[in-house]
Design a protein around this ligand. Structure first.
Ligand code: PMP
Length: 385
């Protein structure tokens, strides 16, 4: 039997388009190859320009977690006070990371499905002196987007703390700028809204973050030390750790696609299409776990309709059989729904296929839906694009 193609609709990795795959499939060259060095330099320069960073950008082999660790390791000294604004599972990831580095930690948690607010941050900053504030832009366990620009304004106005944003499930799909927004460190990785295979970590450090690094002297970490990578980011002909040549090319193609689409339009597309997929699934009884106005444009947690009798494992197995890979829920939402990404280089075909597969998976797991109901909502919206 002809197998149904698998669409990778988990919240990362996201579908990798042909032109990016082609870069992965190229014959690998020496990292000192003159053409590659020029490509690498262009990538670093594009990252700085597109995210409006007057400081530095770093690209290196690793996943998002390594970039989180790099952020903390380079701008926080032992014994400093950190406020971790956590909207869920990945916000909490900063806790262990900061504890291991001997930082004094306070956690500002949000209810599952909601976001920490600028007002809450303001009252915490008024009560204590912090050197660091961390926020997760899009919390992948809940589909919540934090109001990062508003929180940035509060952090800048009310403290001298450095502001770290985890953009893993947001960067390239939701607006983020370093200098204009007042972000000191932004970190992300390749497999989400960049639409590149997993394996690349990225980090932007504004001027204040670089100044802080200079005050810390020799930090315990080696591979993720800004000082080790900086000469390479300024001149990729130099060597520190071997760059993942093909992934850098893949990122270059991803950035080319972003520039061709235009970042503003890319962010707007994510807004429109994210809202459409949400509306489509709501039409057949699913609940979007993230409360408005905190819904992320890049991914959603869809809670199973009450009384539908849907069994989580059965549903997601059926969905996979119908050609869509989704992710299970975490924490408070575990077993109650599924997570689906709608970010990166995805087109109308992908969205129609994904929503169509959800309808079939509902039927196959015993929840009767009117075929075409969710698709109808999606199609109406897509036809206006
Ligand atoms: N932060 C967020 C918001 C994430 O979604 C993830 C991964 N899903 C991470 C950090 C960790 O990234 P990685 O799995 O690439 O280490």
């Amino acid at each position: 039997m002809l197998k149904t193609r698998k669409l990778v609709m988990i919240p990362g990795p996201t579908p990798v388009v042909r032109s990016i795959q082609d870069q992965m499939g190229r014959e690998t060259v020496a990292f000192g190859d003159a053409d590659f060095v020029a490509d690498f330099a262009e990538v670093v320069s594009d990252l700085k320009a597109l995210w409006k960073c007057g400081g530095e950008a770093f690209v290196f082999a690793g996943s998002g977690t390594l970039a989180m660790e790099m952020a903390i390791a380079n701008i926080a000294g032992k014994g400093e006070n950190v406020l971790v604004c956590s909207n869920g599972f990945f916000g909490d990831r900063f806790i262990d990371l900061c504890e291991r580095k001997g930082l004094n930690l306070d956690v500002l948690p949000a209810k599952w499905g909601e976001s920490v607010t600028p007002e809450q941050v303001e009252s915490r900053l008024a009560a204590k002196d912090y050197q660091l504030v961390t926020v997760t832009h899009v919390e992948t366990s809940t589909g919540v987007a934090a109001p990062i620009a508003e929180i940035a304004r509060i952090v800048r106005k009310k403290s001298s703390a450095l502001y770290v944003v985890d953009g893993v499930a947001a960067t390239g799909g939701v607006e983020e700028t370093i200098d204009p927004m007042g972000i000191d460190v932004l970190l992300t990785c390749s497999q989400k809204a960049f639409g590149v295979s997993p394996g690349l970590a990225m980090l932007w450090a504004g001027k204040r973050a670089m100044e802080k690094r200079a005050t810390l002297g020799r930090i315990p970490e080696s591979y993720i030390d800004f000082d080790k990578w900086l000469p390479i980011m300024h001149n990729p002909a130099k060597y520190w750790g071997t760059p993942p040549v093909n992934l850098i090319w893949a990122l270059k193609e991803s950035l080319r696609i972003m520039k061709e689409e235009g970042l503003e339009e890319r962010y707007a597309r994510h807004e429109r299409q994210g809202a459409l997929v949400d509306a489509a699934l709501e039409a057949i009884g699913f609940t979007v776990a993230a409360k408005k106005p905190f819904r992320a444009p890049t991914l959603s947690v869809y809670l199973y309709p009450e009384g539908s009798g849907i069994d989580d494992t059965t549903f997601r197995t059926m969905l996979a059989e119908e050609g869509v890979q989704s992710a299970g829920c975490l924490g408070d939402f575990q077993g109650k729904g599924f997570r689906m990404g709608h970010m990166g280089n995805i087109d109308k075909h992908t969205l129609v296929s994904a929503v169509g597969a959800v309808e079939r998976a509902c039927a196959k797991s015993g929840y009767r839906v009117q075929f075409g109901k969710a698709l109808g909502v999606l199609q109406e919206g897509l036809a206006k694009e």
